[in-house]
Write a protein that binds this ligand. Sequence first.
Ligand code: SF4
Length: 248
Amino acid sequence: MTAATTTAARLFRGTATEGRSEDELKELVRHVGAELELAPAEVIIEWAVATFGERFAVTSSMGDAVLAHLASKVAPGTDVVFLDTGYHFAETIGTRDAVEATLPVNLLTITPKQTVAEQDAAYGKDLYARDPDLCCALRKVAPLNEALQQYDAWATGLRRDETHNRVIAPVVGWDDKKRKVKVSPLARWTAEDVDRYIAENGVLVNPLVYDGYPSIGCWPCTKRVPPGEDPRSGRWAGTGKTECGIHA
Ligand code: SF4
């Protein structure tokens, strides 16, 4: 038994599956956050599934299927939430479809309250070009917050090496805005770790990654990035905006 497995076995003892208060969830984070800091991603997900049961979901933007693949290995049937903003590249929707067809996960596609046409009618055409913060609030933050209501904990694929804002992202932390436990199993991974996992496990990758888009969001706000430049520099390029608000 590895040290990580021993740690996981100890942490899993006495866990319940649902019905925790906010104070109990915060206490849980205080208790295990540091212990899981150095654990492998599989162990972190295993802990989350054992601790929260059906009140745990993985989210994926379908840049690749690494997190969904890890969850499918550790706990087949795990909910994987994909937010369809209405502005995705066709390749991103195709990756979502391929994940749903090939991995044993419960893929849930959620959408904003308004279609793009309804938003255009209410706020004017191409809100993303005039007020991307409001557009992200309507099409990303609000629908995800609503979808996560049924969970106590959610997992994201964010990594500390992605942006300055993310360098202190905990592996298991308290998301004060969502009032939920936020699990980042890949927080300590580097881009090289991701590439290695993809190669060794034949993981699905959004084809745009190989076409100059190392970080993929909505098509109006995502540009190609020249080789060697900051992988996230193609997101909201030239606006000063670096995050959609989901992780703020
Ligand atoms: S990334 Fe752009 S198009 Fe997508 S929700 Fe945000 S502002 Fe709107």
